[in-house]
Write a protein of this length. Structure first.
Length: 557
């Protein structure tokens, strides 16, 4: 079937996702978590734009029209594009040409399926990315080319052969879009991070006018976050040739590392200096054909206090990118700066309130010929609030169980006594509408590295919640009774009361696989899948253990 589930079979070999075999499975998303977040995190505002007119026409200028999608916004640059449908991100591209890609999928601008009820084998028109009108009033001898890099699947879901990515042109004298290029769906091997490069001449007289437009479209299963295509470095200019394929640029590849060893975010009450990393390494891609020397600086700021905690400056030689390499864990000699030390003694020994630590990484190596400086800076913010998180707020897959009374748990370790008040979980709608089914929030203590006794079971029966408004995908499930926990390790999760997959979001850009376990009746088993489940236990202050039951209600965020 088209939705390619990957699973560990625990009983009988299942032929589809509705098999009665007990199992844990990983699948693709049907909702985009990074476009739907709680208000205490960074939110994205959906802006629907009207049609542009000829008076909005873009002039090519000296550098032409160029977008490398390196800006930290989920939606396309409104100075160049008319649509909100594609997702601008730094997570779906596999060894992208530069920081950030535009991803086409089966989701609308709000990060929700265009049509939840179509079959997983269907293929329909999905996302569109349309340029503003462009002034191409040039003679054909000026040799105008539109080029772009493209990658099927990336780290997401591979488009099938019936799916495609399409490029179309439109003359200002016509309402019709003309087919200019297309590519059918395909998949990437695990060790393949290659990108294709399309070089499309624009030479027909009907296009060489003021008001020319082009657009990208994809055909996909529109019931979820499926059939991914990534594009990068869209570049339209004159005085080019078919051999104009070298993009002289050095860029960050992905967002930077967290300052924390074990989490992406954690409660401020739980902070101790030993949670901090002693060094940070980030990844660069040199698209020149020669070695480039860069100057590199970073600065760690306590945004809440308005003070600089630590800084560094130095230089590194970056080799040209190896075309068949994949950037993972700084193991590619052409793609890493030297690891830099962090002075953890400069950090506060304790935190006394919600705190945000921001690490800004910046490099320079003189003026690059082809690109602006947007991809030379990354900013990583670590939030110390009231929750533990291993995930980065984005989900590229799902993880789920299909057995009644099966449990999925995530391990957290308290450095200090604290009180658990709830759990935030991102569920996403894949194949079945899980809102029809139920689960119970539970907490287990630790027994030699795996869940031991169940020490708390919520009296409320919960159901997964979906959100198509563009916000609040992490639903907070409050404990009926807040629970004091002494310092130590615990396992927080749920036990489901259905044999349908509830599907928790799985972030593939971070890996806390060793913190995730499940039980379908035969004992606790470590997760077989790399990634981080989007389960976030919430802690709101230490209290003295009490005799009896204390009932506390909280206002939902």
């Amino acid at each position: 079937m088209k939705l390619a589930w990957i699973g560990l079979m625990l009983a009988l070999l299942a032929v589809n996702v509705h098999s009665s075999a007990q199992e844990i499975k990983k699948g693709e998303l049907s909702g985009n978590a990074s476009l739907q977040q709680l208000k205490f995190e960074k939110t994205k505002t959906i802006v629907y734009r009207g049609s542009s007119s000829i008076t909005d026409t873009i002039s090519l200028g000296a550098k032409g029209l160029l977008d490398d999608f390196s800006y930290p916004n989920a939606y396309p640059d409104t100075s160049l594009w008319l649509d909100d449908m594609v997702y601008i991100n730094r997570g779906y591209g596999k060894s992208p040409i530069s920081l950030g890609v535009a991803t086409f999928d089966g989701l609308n601008a709000a990060g929700y399926p265009y049509n939840f009820f179509v079959t997983s084998t269907s293929s329909s028109g999905a996302d569109t990315l349309t340029s503003k009108p462009i002034n191409l009033s040039y003679p054909a001898v000026d040799s105008i080319y539109l080029s772009f890099h493209f990658q099927a699947q990336g780290i997401g879901n591979a488009p099938q052969t019936e799916d495609s990515l399409v490029l179309e042109f439109k003359s200002p004298d016509s309402t019709l879009w003309v087919h200019a290029w297309s590519k059918e769906g395909s998949s990437l091997a695990n060790n393949d991070s290659s990108w294709g490069l399309a070089m499309i001449p624009v030479k027909h007289a009907s296009f060489l006018k003021k008001g020319f437009q082009f657009r990208f479209r994809n055909y996909a299963t529109i019931s979820g976050n499926l059939d991914h295509w990534n594009i990068d470095n869209v570049y339209l200019n004159r005085i080019r040739t078919i051999n104009d394929t070298i993009f002289n640029d050095v860029s960050w590849v992905y967002d930077g590392e967290s300052i924390l060893k074990n989490y992406t975010h954690m409660p401020w009450r739980q902070f101790v200096r030993s949670e901090l990393k002693n060094n940070i390494a980030n990844q660069l891609r040199n698209n020149f054909t020669v070695v480039k020397n860069i100057s590199y600086d970073y600065q760690i700021n306590n945004q809440s206090a308005g003070v600089i905690i630590d800084s560094f400056n130095g230089s590194s030689n970056i080799n040209p990118f190896i075309s068949n390499a994949t950037y993972t864990d700084c193991d590619v000699p052409s793609g890493c700066i030297s690891t830099v030390s962090v002075d953890t003694s400069a950090f506060p020994s304790v935190l006394t309130d919600t705190t945000k630590l921001a690490i800004t990484h910046y490099f320079s190596s003189g003026a690059f010929a082809d690109f602006s400086a947007k991809n030379d800076t990354i900013n990583v913010v670590t939030v110390f609030d009231d929750f533990f998180a291993y995930d980065d707020g984005t989900a590229e897959a799902t993880i789920g169980l299909n057995s009644i009374d099966a449990s999925l748990v995530q391990k957290i370790t308290l450095n200090k006594d604290d009180t658990i008040t709830g759990v935030r979980i991102y569920f996403n709608p894949v194949i079945v509408d899980a809102r029809l089914y139920s689960f119970i929030i539970n907490v287990w203590d630790d027994n030699n590295g795996e869940p031991g006794n169940m020490i708390y079971s919520n009296s409320s029966i919960e159901t997964p919640q979906y959100d198509s408004s563009g916000q609040n995908v992490f639903t907070e499930y409050f404990l009926n009774n807040k629970m004091f926990l002494s310092a130590g390790s615990y396992y927080v999760g749920f036990t489901q009361k259905t044999d349908e997959f509830l599907n928790v979001g799985l972030d593939l850009n971070t890996n806390s696989q060793n913190k995730l376990m499940y039980n379908v009746g035969g004992g606790w088993i470590p997760s077989p899948f790399s990634g981080s489940a989007m389960i976030r236990p919430v802690f709101r202050g230490t209290v003295v253990p009490a005799v009896g039951i204390i009932t506390v209600s909280y206002t939902h965020l």
